[in-house]
Design a protein around this ligand. Structure first.
Ligand SMILES: C[S@@+](CC[C@H](N)C(=O)[O-])C[C@H]1O[C@@H](n2cnc3c(N)ncnc32)[C@H](O)[C@@H]1O
Length: 206
């Protein structure tokens, strides 16, 4: 891939490198079979996406992460496990949601333990706000779901308010254990420190 003048990087196994960063992705080019699609935004070391892809062979997973080291790790692990239904995209989450993903392509979008940007002057950097929610509504299929977890109580309350202000996604109940949902690396780490997770689930109306 050309990432700057004269600089090329070999793509990793299972890495999704878009042909065109300025148009909508043709997902059929990158996944072997058309299946329901789930997107994990800011996948980190990929524990969640890898476990989901192993559990649900009948679904496709796209893990999005901006840090190259983490992308490489997830690609290597998915290759070692022989997963064909997980691809990793090295890109910024909001850009991916707003510009790359086609309309109504995803069944579920996961946003797990994103950076809470706790200082007031940084709140504008929080992902969970109107531009992101607009993109979520566009990218989800009717009936598709957004699942969000954070240990940061104030960010969680902010997100609840943002969701309500947005008004076009319907809040659903979600208790830990309601369905198969592996814990991420950060969740495990934070629970070990005694922190409590807050969960939010919302769906696009049918
Ligand atoms: C706190 S970690 C959580 C990782 C993983 N979801 C978990 O729960 O273990 C946040 C992750 O999101 C990535 N990240 C932060 N902002 C991002 C952005 N705007 N676009 C893509 N990835 C981002 C970071 O590099 C990091 O890996």
């Amino acid at each position: 891939m050309q990432t700057g003048e004269g600089y090329f990087r070999e793509s990793e196994p299972n890495e999704l490198v878009p042909e065109d960063y300025f148009g909508k992705l043709d997902l059929g080019r990158y996944f072997d079979d058309p299946k329901p699609l789930e997107i994990d935004l800011g996948c980190g070391d990929g524990r969640f996406a890898l476990a989901m892809a192993e559990e649900f062979e009948d679904r496709n997973f796209l893990a999005v992460e901006r840090l190259l080291g983490r992308v490489r790790k997830v690609c290597r692990r998915s290759d070692e496990r022989g997963l064909k239904n997980l691809k990793v995209l090295r890109l910024e989450s909001l850009y991916t949601m707003e510009w790359l993903l086609p309309d109504e392509c995803a069944d579920r979008i996961h946003l797990l333990c994103p950076d809470p940007w706790p200082k007031g002057k940084h709140h504008r950097k929080r992902l969970f706000q109107e531009p992101f929610l607009r993109a979520v509504e566009r990218v989800l299929k009717p009936g598709g779901e957004l699942l969000f977890k954070t240990d940061h109580r104030e960010y969680f309350l902010w997100s609840e308010e943002e969701l309500e202000k947005f008004g076009r996604l319907e809040r659903l109940t979600w208790e830990e254990g309601d369905f198969f949902y592996p814990k991420t690396d950060f969740q495990l780490q934070w629970e070990a420190e005694g922190k409590v997770m807050n969960c939010l689930r919302a769906k696009k109306r049918d």
